[in-house]
Design a protein around this ligand. Structure first.
Ligand code: S3P
Length: 445
């Protein structure tokens, strides 16, 4: 979906990073706000929506299935929904671009409607595994024909009424959990998801906020049991989307690494199922504090104040992998500048993100002179103790926004330029990244 011409760029920091900046709206919450608003009868309003390409793909798909979605001049999005059960047959294939969240959550929605939808995506998305959603949705009655290996393009014929299931997640995935819960919205009876490892809970919070009957219990082993009663009626809402902690991660790590920096990132969502990176950075010695703590749209929010710090390598906790799953690429950059060894394991899911983030980070970090050993499920990194990395390499972003942004930050602490071959994927989640980094003092060539 992004521009076809690659946009190469090199980032550097001539001096300390200083100032205050706000990151755009949370991507996960933005997708869910559009989807649920599109299923509520009446007008919902959404403020602070991320206007990244991934979220726009969700908006286009919901429009293709009957919702009215408009962005006002005041930047407030107004959505008139079709009602649960009211999605219309889309007349064209749904182009999901680079967005795994759009694809998997929308597959869930379509699965319990009597419509057929074709899902297509870019080269990165077309490599990603969809069997993890195909399996539970087929149990609910959807008929899915996927490309070899359970990939896009795929065609999904929904069933209404669908069959309620109880499903234990075989992988820790908020997208799979959400797909089943969203399918359950229009399924008679109770649909249940058992989640042995907690993943981001925005779907649960927002489904409740829209008036769905949803309960969360814990079993004896600590697994979360999430039950939703179907054929729900959703009431339109006014949603304020907090800033995305996954985007805040980049200026936060940049300020930790560039000597003399002091930066405030405002309005950052700190839902505990998302914010573990900041705890891990503090364990490494990062000077990070939260001010102005408050609640926005049912989510905890704060401003993050961060100062340059001498970081120490650590063994990253395995219990919180899901709560920082998108933040490992930038954590690896922090580890490459820390003193001593960082061991990060339990990360097999990173291999099936927008790129194979274990392999791509290992290769790129080595190319700019970091000491890295690749494991099947993670990386071992021996840091420089704060000395700049040699740099002087071209990094392939491989249609992965977080790879591009991670190496842009690495460029701030490298002696020779680090060039990212294509920054355009950044528009999927953080369209203002380059402007924000330059406003803090970074230089882009
Ligand atoms: C997301 C869940 C995560 C995350 C992705 C967004 C979501 O994926 O990596 O960026 O909004 O539910 P998985 O569910 O595959 O872990």
């Amino acid at each position: 979906m992004h521009a076809t011409l690659p946009k190469p760029a090199s980032f550097s920091a001539p001096g300390p990073l200083r100032g205050q900046a706000a990151v755009p709206g949370d991507k996960s919450i933005s997708h869910r706000a559009l989807m649920l608003s599109a299923l509520a009868v009446g007008e919902s309003r959404v403020e602070g929506l991320l206007t990244g390409e991934d979220v726009l793909a969700t908006a286009d798909a919901m429009r293709a299935m009957g919702a009215q979605i408009e962005r006002g001049d005041d930047d407030i999005w107004r959505i008139h929904g079709v009602g649960v059960g009211g999605l219309l047959q889309p007349e064209v294939a749904l182009d999901m671009g680079n967005s795994g969240t759009s694809t998997r959550l929308l597959m869930g929605l379509v699965a319990s409607h009597a419509i057929t939808a074709t899902f297509t995506g870019d080269a990165s998305l077309s490599k990603r595994p969809m069997n993890r959603v195909i399996e539970p949705l087929a149990l609910m009655g959807a008929d899915i024909t996927a490309s070899p290996g359970g990939r896009l393009p795929l065609m999904l014929r929904g069933l209404s009424p669908a069959v309620p299931i109880e499903y234990r997640l075989p992988v820790a995935s908020a997208q799979v959990k959400s797909a089943v819960l969203l399918a359950g919205l229009n399924t008679p009876g109770v649909t249940r998801v058992i989640e042995p490892i907690a993943t981001r809970d925005h779907s649960e919070r927002m489904l409740r906020g829209f008036g769905a009957e949803l309960s969360v219990e814990q079993d004896a082993d600590g697994a979360r049991i999430i039950s939703i009663r179907g054929e729900a009626e959703l009431r339109p809402q006014h949603i304020v989307v907090p800033g995305d902690p996954s985007s805040a991660a980049f200026p936060v790590v940049a300020a930790l690494l560039v000597p003399g920096s002091e930066v405030t990132v405002t309005n950052v969502g700190l839902n505990p199922t998302r914010a573990a990176l900041f705890d891990v950075l503090r364990m490494m010695g990062g000077d990070i504090s939260f001010t102005n703590q408050r609640e926005v749209g049912g989510e905890p929010v704060a401003d993050i104040v961060v100062r340059h710090s001498a970081l120490k390598g650590i063994e990253t906790p395995v219990e919180t992998v899901a709560a920082m799953v998108d933040e490992y690429p930038i954590l690896f950059v922090a580890a490459a500048l820390a003193e001593g060894r960082t061991v990060a394991r339990g990360l097999e899911e990173l291999r099936v993100k927008e790129s194979d983030r274990i392999a791509v980070m290992a290769e790129g970090l080595r190319a700019i002179g970091a000491q890295v050993e690749e494991l099947e499920d993670g990386l071992i990194i021996d840091g420089t103790g704060g000395d700049p990395l040699p740099g002087g390499a071209m990094i392939a972003a491989r249609l992965d926004h977080r790879i591009a942004m991670s190496f842009a930050v690495a460029g701030l602490v490298a002696k020779a330029p680090v060039t990212i071959d294509d920054m355009s994927p950044v528009a999927t989640s953080f369209p203002t990244f380059t402007a924000l980094m330059t406003s803090l003092g970074a230089e882009v060539a």
